[in-house]
Write a protein that binds this ligand. Sequence first.
Ligand code: SF4
Length: 225
Amino acid sequence: MSYEKSYDLLRQILSKIDGKIALSFSYQAEDTVVLHFLSQCKIKSLEVFTLDTGKLFEECEKLHKETEKFFKISIKRYLPKKNDIEELEKELGDWGMRDSLKNRHLCCHIRKVEPLERALKNKSAWITGLRAAQSITRNELQILEYDEKFGIFKINPLAFWSEGDVFDYIKKYDLPINSLYSKGFKSIGCKPCTRAVNEGEDARAGRWWWENPEHKECGLHIKEK
Ligand code: SF4
């Protein structure tokens, strides 16, 4: 889908939504493209937020500052609850999230899902940089969806973009980008659960690489059946 068409569609959808809009910024190139779209949309009430899991790469912190400066915005951080983290760390230590799917889901719930619930409270719509081609867990993705789990409209303007489209756009507008991409990372997540990938490997191969592909979601983008 062309840049122009995606942008127009996003504008049309947003013109029909009242209330506060949220963009989740997770240090991926896709999020920066969507932020660039939104910077031209003149939205009355937009919150750009990130889920600060406490396990982010230093490169993400660097991009956080660069992005705020470039777009002249402030990216709000939602942190996990202190007590939950203390309990979690007692139970799992530094690496226990790799021991089982149950442990990993518990960690993702405390560090990501619960803070996301707070971030989406009182918002009318949630915009993401998800693409259908990213993984088998996302192949049914649509541009406009209703997220039953969080009870909110979810807009995915890049649903039908390819990876090449994203990086061409970043280059065209000289937008800030996470330096992890130049180190072989193709999808950005928490430090203990993300690695660089080899040439030809799937973009999500570096996320939770010890798990089966159908499990590779953190609970933020799972559809209720
Ligand atoms: S991605 Fe890994 S470190 Fe981050 S919240 Fe999930 S299990 Fe925890």
